[in-house]
Ligand binder design. Structure first.
Ligand code: DOR
Ligand code: ZN
Length: 365
């Protein structure tokens, strides 16, 4: 996949920091949850992003066309009536899912993609795949129809150190998978290691990756700074500094294989601040401000539109968004928490002052 020209507009304020106008971005990896949590969090994603790939790890998981269609309606019902947002639904792969259901769902537009969770790798993944060979008939169909496979790339073997599980997944699973399905469209989700960045860069144009704002922002030390910090815990867990730097290089490279996927994964504060806390950061409210900070620090603001708004739709074969959004060089204070009817959520960057302010867009340029 070649590099694409970016049309993003730039104008500077007195301090020489630019105001950015770019195509409205999409989020290629979100957890919108269900019920009251869905109602509380979905408007944040819909405010910044035109489309989002919605993860299927609900209880029970989204494994049928009917469930995906029902979930899509719930998402739309959770949004303000003037929201302009398209949820792109995914199918949760299990050992026993039928290839026919997956193929039919893709052709109907009910499933944009299918998600591979290795069984017990993360939140609500107990129905995931126990052995990749069990879903080979499904992968056959997906390869044929150009349906993307979204991969949570970690081995689940507890003998493998948690910080090595992504790199080991590449060796043990991914290399063989792509050998058997060389044309399969595959997104290596929320990559966290230099090994993953290299693997994706060196693979064919059918292999891409999403990168979260949090894995670009902190390394594993943040989880243990002065005590245990549950709001920095997610899966795959943040790695060493050298990996964060490799991810920054990949995200800002202008290579259309790397695109935005927040992996916003809200859990109530009490479910994180506990003896066995849930994995996931709630980063939807300030996602674009967070990415913009990274791109500015890397002197790569000119690559933000490629990462946020061009590379993803190009990989998925979808049209680019025509609306524009603005990022102003104005300070934004992130609250310590966001109240929801059942408790509270702690957003990523809680209590920090970010250097950007997101403004919903105007018309097409
Ligand atoms: O940190 C994470 N949270 N990683 C995942 O893979 C799942 C997600 C969630 O659903 O909470
Ligand atoms: Zn996720």
């Amino acid at each position: 996949m070649g590099q694409q020209s970016s049309e993003q507009a730039v104008s500077s304020n007195k301090a020489g920091r630019p105001t950015l106008t770019l195509r409205r971005p999409d989020d290629w990896h979100t957890h919108l949850r269900s019920g009251d949590m869905l109602k509380a969090v979905a408007p944040y994603t819909a405010r910044q992003f035109a489309r989002a790939i919605v993860m299927p790890n609900l209880v029970p998981p989204v494994t049928t066309i009917a469930a995906a269609e029902e979930y899509r309606s719930q998402i739309l019902a959770a949004l303000p009536s003037d929201a302009d947002f398209t949820p792109l639904m995914t199918c949760y792969l299990t050992d026993s899912i039928s290839a026919e259901e997956v193929e039919k769902g893709h052709h109907k537009g009910a499933f944009t993609a299918a998600k591979l969770y290795p069984a017990n790798a993360t939140t609500n993944s107990s129905h995931g795949v126990t052995d990749i060979r069990r879903i080979y008939p499904v992968l056959e169909v997906m390869q044929r129809s150009g349906m993307p496979l979204l991969v949570h790339g970690e081995v689940t073997d507890h003998e493998v150190d948690i910080f090595d599980r992504e790199a080991v997944f590449i060796e043990r699973i991914l290399v063989g998978l792509l050998k058997d399905f060389p044309e399969l469209k595959l997104v290596f989700e929320h990559i966290t290691t230099a090994e993953a960045a290299v693997f994706v860069t060196e693979s064919g144009p059918n292999v891409a990756a999403t990168i979260t704002p949090h894995h670009l922002t902190f390394n594993r030390n943040a989880i243990f700074k002065g005590g245990i910090r549950p709001h920095f815990y997610c899966l795959p867990v943040a790695k060493r500094e050298k990996h964060r730097l490799a991810l920054r290089k990949a995200a800002t490279s202008g290579l259309a294989k790397f695109f935005l996927g927040t992996d916003t994964a809200p859990h109530e504060a009490r479910d994180k601040e506990t003896a066995c806390g849930c994995a996931g950061l709630f980063n939807a409210p300030y996602a674009m401000e967070s990415y913009a900070a990274v791109f500015e620090e890397e002197s790569a603001l000119d690559q933000l539109e490629m990462f946020a708004s061009v590379a993803g739709p190009t990989f998925y074969g979808l049209p680019l968004n025509e609306e524009r959004i603005t990022l102003e060089p104005v300070e934004t204070v992130v609250p310590d928490h966001i109240a929801i009817p059942s408790g509270k959520l702690v957003p990523f960057h809680a209590g920090e002052t970010l250097k950007w302010r997101f403004k919903a867009g105007s018309s097409a340029a």
